[in-house]
Design a protein around this ligand. Structure first.
Ligand code: APR
Length: 250
């Protein structure tokens, strides 16, 4: 059955009346593409939790282990396809002259769904960064065997790391500032698929709401953001976002 109801009507009304839209997404948006979320079932790899591997300390201790985990995750991302939720977000971009997508996801699926005005708050699983010279580069199309040695920088020979913001690290320059500034002037903020456990991303949405944006949350589970939201669509993003897009005037 298609997703419907008064909450959807209200969310569509908010979007139809807004001149600028910020969309903030998390791992839940990619769950229907088969990519495990961080805190849900299926996020474990060889009995490690993400919090034990996505840290500078884990990389310093055992770069080979961390690269194995990223190769495993990257292969899942490459084999996955954008779902109806990603496509609806790309469709929303076409409806708003002033639009920004800020995603916590590193999987690249928003880009593959044709989102363009976007910030990857936590970097990309498809890019490496040299720990020596700092060069950021695309990783090879094929992630290769999980247990291959950690890759090295072609120009300088330094150890490469994933170009991802790990726990305990600062954000890449300018990214948060841009997201907060946009949120503060947005008419509406649509959050989808995040547990809101990681700050500052969750704070971007709440700060925007404090500055006057109407807040909509899409998540089958209750979170701090769904509690604060003006409208909570308690359904998977692959169902509710296309339904929301279909309600908007063309
Ligand atoms: N549609 C919408 N939401 C969903 C769906 C779905 N189909 N399936 C699951 N969810 C929701 C879950 O209810 C949960 O609230 O997605 C959320 C996923 O939460 P997390 O796994 O915590 O992912 P996220 O919020 O993106 O995590 C933030 O933490 O470790 C990190 O850096 C990593 O970017 C990540 C950050």
């Amino acid at each position: 059955m298609a997703f419907d109801g008064p909450d959807l009507d209200r969310a569509a009304e908010i979007l139809a009346g807004a001149e600028s839209l910020l969309v903030l997404t998390g791992a839940g948006v990619s769950a229907e593409s088969g990519i495990p979320t961080f805190r849900g079932a299926g996020g474990l790899w060889r009995n490690f939790r993400a919090e034990e591997l996505a840290t500078p300390e884990a990389f310093a201790r055992d770069p080979g282990l961390v690269w194995s985990w990223y190769r495993w995750r990257r292969r899942i991302c490459l084999e996955a396809s954008p779902n109806a939720g990603h496509l609806a977000i790309a469709g929303l971009e076409d409806r708003f002259p002033s639009f920004l997508l800020a995603t916590q996801n590193v999987d690249g699926l928003h880009r593959r769904a044709s989102s363009r005005r976007m910030l990857e708050l936590h970097g990309s699983i498809h890019h490496s960064r040299c720990t020596g010279c700092g060069t950021v580069a695309d990783l090879p199309a094929d992630p290769g065997p999980e247990d291959a040695p950690p890759p090295r920088c072609a120009p300088c020979g330094g150890l490469l790391r994933p170009h991802i913001v790990w726990f305990g690290e600062g954000y890449h320059e300018g990214v948060l500032e841009t997201a907060f500034a946009f949120a503060r002037t947005a008419g509406a903020i649509l959050v989808a698929g995040t547990s809101a456990m990681v700050w500052p991303p969750a704070a971007i949405a709440l700060d925007g709401q404090a500055h006057g944006a109407a807040l909509i949350d899409v998540n089958p589970e209750e979170t701090e953001i769904s509690r604060a939201a003006d409208v909570w669509l308690a359904a998977p993003s692959g169902e509710s976002l296309p339904a929301l897009l279909a309600r908007l005037p063309r």
